[in-house]
Write a protein that binds this ligand. Structure first.
Ligand SMILES: Cc1ncc(COP(=O)(O)O)c(C=O)c1O
Length: 431
């Protein structure tokens, strides 16, 4: 039905009231960033009133190459304009084939990684669900070990491995067959929590059944930017290998370059048995999710785990373009490292200006400014928004300002964003 002139005018002047009137109470980011966004380019979002915002949020890590990246956009537009396959279920399409070839040539082979690729439903939690099911199927065991402060999504299986009680309390059903273990550093730097896990696994009377899988974020994003050290990850790898436990790296947030490498686990020199990827893998913010599987663990029978939307062709096109334009360039990681240095230096200056009030932690372009005062990060986020910058909070008490600027872009916008954060910190601390 064509819009009447009246409703067309309304669409152009849409304001926030339609969201509070009609959209479920479950809505979330619109509360933290209350405006109606309209367009975006690179690291700048513009709302319907023409106000600009610098983006240090990047769609929670799903826009690593910025908004509407022009290099990816041309491929997407050409594809859409040429009547190529859009919805291919899991049939073979040229778009999917091209992505698979590039993923093998640009990502897997140069890193000496050998994985089969499973395309799951479109969101991150779908990849986590597939990983758990497959690990249980392959081992014939049920228990999954997850870590304190971990976040793996909110569908029931994934939610069972998500630690935060805010989310768990909404499950409405038992969250079974996952046990939580302290993440690296949970009891301070001197307690080796992998050694603790080893003791539990090797003691037949510990009460811990031999797990099917261990799932770990090499850097916990939602949990408050908690970094697993390389030796800790290597010890976890060793423990899992010795006991035939499937090691799943959840790279949904830290993967696709956030850590500075393509995968967050690379720095530790390990190869997990399964890897979940989503968020920025499509390059352009399109829904896309996949599970990487050590070939001998790929024990699925045809269509045992299926779903309608596993062949989002335009996402494959964006993903292939991102691999071709960014990751095929050996200099790409150096650009991330350069931007990360700017971010860390600016955060450390804030911490130095307020001794004892903040600590800085993170890897690559996932950095956190942890406030000693639990309220301060939320205030900084609010003050930043009112000054034209989007940055979210994370952690058990939202006590960490989580900075995720785009991996690409100009230094000037990045610095300008931190000028806003500097002002927001002063306002937040003063209040
Ligand atoms: C590490 C990690 N795993 C899983 C998920 C779930 O992804 P999705 O929200 O797309 O289901 C997220 C989302 O933030 C995540 O950060």
């Amino acid at each position: 039905m064509a819009l009447s002139g009246k409703s067309r005018r309304k669409a152009e002047t849409v304001d926030l009231s339609v969201f509070s009137a009609l959209e479920s109470e479950v809505r979330s980011y619109v509360r933290a960033f209350p405006t109606v966004f309209d367009s975006a380019r690179g690291s700048i979002l513009t709302d319907v009133d023409g106000r600009e915002y610098i983006d240090f949020f990047c769609g929670a890590g799903s826009l690593n190459y910025g908004h509407n990246n022009p290099l990816i956009k041309t491929h997407v537009i050409d594809y859409l304009a040429s009547d190529k396959i859009q919805q291919g279920m899991d049939m073979a399409t040229s778009a999917k084939g091209r992505f698979l070839e590039l993923f093998r040539d640009v990502v897997l082979e140069p890193r000496g990684l050998d994985y089969k690729v499973q395309f799951t439903g479109p969101t991150g939690a779908n990849a986590v669900e597939a990983a758990f099911k497959l690990a249980r199927l392959a081992t014939g065991r049920r228990t999954v070990v997850a870590f304190t402060h971990g976040y793996h999504g909110l569908s029931l299986g994934a939610l069972a491995a998500t630690a935060n009680s805010w989310f768990r309390d909404a499950s409405g059903a038992p969250l079974n067959d996952v046990v939580f273990h302290p993440f690296d550093g949970y009891y301070g730097p001197d307690i080796d929590t992998v050694a603790m896990l080893r003791t539990l696994i090797e003691d037949p009377s510990s009460g811990l059944d031999l797990p099917a899988a261990v799932i770990v974020e090499p850097v916990q994003g939602e949990g408050g930017v908690n970094v697993a050290s390389a030796p800790w990850l290597r010890a976890l790898r060793e423990l899992c290998t010795e006991h035939g436990i499937v090691l799943i790296a959840d790279e949904i947030q830290i993967g696709v370059g956030r850590s500075g490498d393509f995968f967050g686990f690379e720095q530790a020199g390990i190869a997990p048995d399964m890897v979940t990827l989503s968020k920025s893998i499509s390059g352009y913010g399109f829904p896309m999710s996949l599970l990487l599987i050590r070939p001998d663990l790929d024990v699925w029978k045809p269509a045992m785990h299926t779903g309608t939307f596993r062949g989002n062709s335009v996402a494959f096109v964006g993903a292939a373009a991102a691999l071709e334009h960014f990751w095929a360039d050996p200099g790409f990681a150096a650009g991330i490292a350069h931007r990360s240095e700017i971010v860390v230096a600016r955060l450390q200056r804030i911490a130095e200006r307020h001794p004892g009030a903040f600590s800085v932690r993170g890897r690559g372009l996932l950095q956190g400014l942890a406030g000693v005062d639990r309220e301060v990060a939320r205030r900084i986020s609010r003050e930043s928004f009112s000054r034209g910058l989007i940055v979210e909070t994370a952690g058990a008490h939202d006590e960490v300002l989580k900075l995720m600027p785009a991996l690409v872009g100009d230094d000037e916008t990045l610095q300008r964003g931190f000028d806003i954060i500097d002002e927001a910190v002063e306002a937040a601390v003063a209040s």
